[in-house]
Design a protein around this ligand. Structure first.
Ligand SMILES: [Zn+2]
Length: 241
């Protein structure tokens, strides 16, 4: 008995060489085909990967449901920082003239304490995101300095961004960019992404030589990649309401 091919969204990409299948966080199937490939490549791929689709889609939908049922930000939901759940507390700043601040306090239980100035009209994510971005820049600059020496490269610039679908990138001009959400991940995961992008300054593309270089410097690279894949939805939704 054959089951019908599930609904999917078709994308065309000039860079794709093969058919590629992705499941979006909301369960939507997206098939990307090379610009001129016949559409039956998409249905063939979906047939061939039927079991994989069923298994992964139900896991992704379960994760989406779990994320949707979390307490709201500021109402008891912890925020990950360095891979560790931090309790988030929000309190008004006493006085009128001081500015909102975020205090990172791990002395007892890991805590982020947001002290909001009276005239600050920003939302909680509006306060937390710039603070986390600044923390990310600090952490990434420190790690890049160490790892650039290890790899014998000299990056010409470092940018911290909010890329929708990537953790980092490297340009042929010698600059590296990173996703600020890496500050939420364990130090070993941030380190892996730093090494990955710096390694691209020596080896463009993801060939064997590239991965050998990465694994020479990060023996746990595969574990870090798995961690990122497994936690991506949670990291992307860390500051959602
Ligand atoms: Zn890469």
């Amino acid at each position: 008995m054959t089951r019908p091919v599930p609904d999917y969204t078709l994308r065309r990409s000039a860079r794709a060489r093969n058919a590629r299948l992705n499941i979006r966080p909301d369960g939507e199937l997206v098939v990307t085909l090379p610009a001129r490939a016949p559409e039956r490549w998409a249905t063939e791929l979906l047939e061939a990967r039927r079991d994989w689709v069923d298994r992964h889609r139900s896991r992704i939908l379960a994760e989406a449901a779990r994320l949707a049922s979390r307490p709201a930000l500021g109402e008891g939901r912890p925020v990950p920082l360095g891979g560790l759940a931090h309790a988030l507390t929000v309190a008004p700043l006493p006085g009128e003239w001081r500015r909102t601040r975020v205090v990172h306090d791990d002395t007892a239980e890991p805590t982020l304490r947001v002290e909001v100035a009276r005239d600050d009209g920003r939302t909680l994510p509006g306060i937390l995101e710039p603070w986390l971005r600044a923390e990310a820049r600090d952490a990434l600059e420190r790690r890049v300095a160490v790892r650039a020496r290890d790899l014998g490269v000299e990056p010409r610039g470092l940018a911290v961004r909010d890329q929708r679908s990537r953790w980092g990138s490297a340009s042929r001009r010698g600059t590296v960019s990173f996703n600020w959400r890496l500050v939420l991940t364990p130090a070993a995961v941030l380190d892996y992404v730093v090494v990955h992008e710096l390694a691209h300054l020596r080896e463009f593309g993801h060939g064997r030589g590239f991965w050998r270089l990465v694994r020479d410097h990060v023996p746990e690279a595969d574990a870090a990649r798995r961690w990122l894949r497994a936690h991506e939805p949670e990291l992307r939704a860390a500051l959602d309401r």
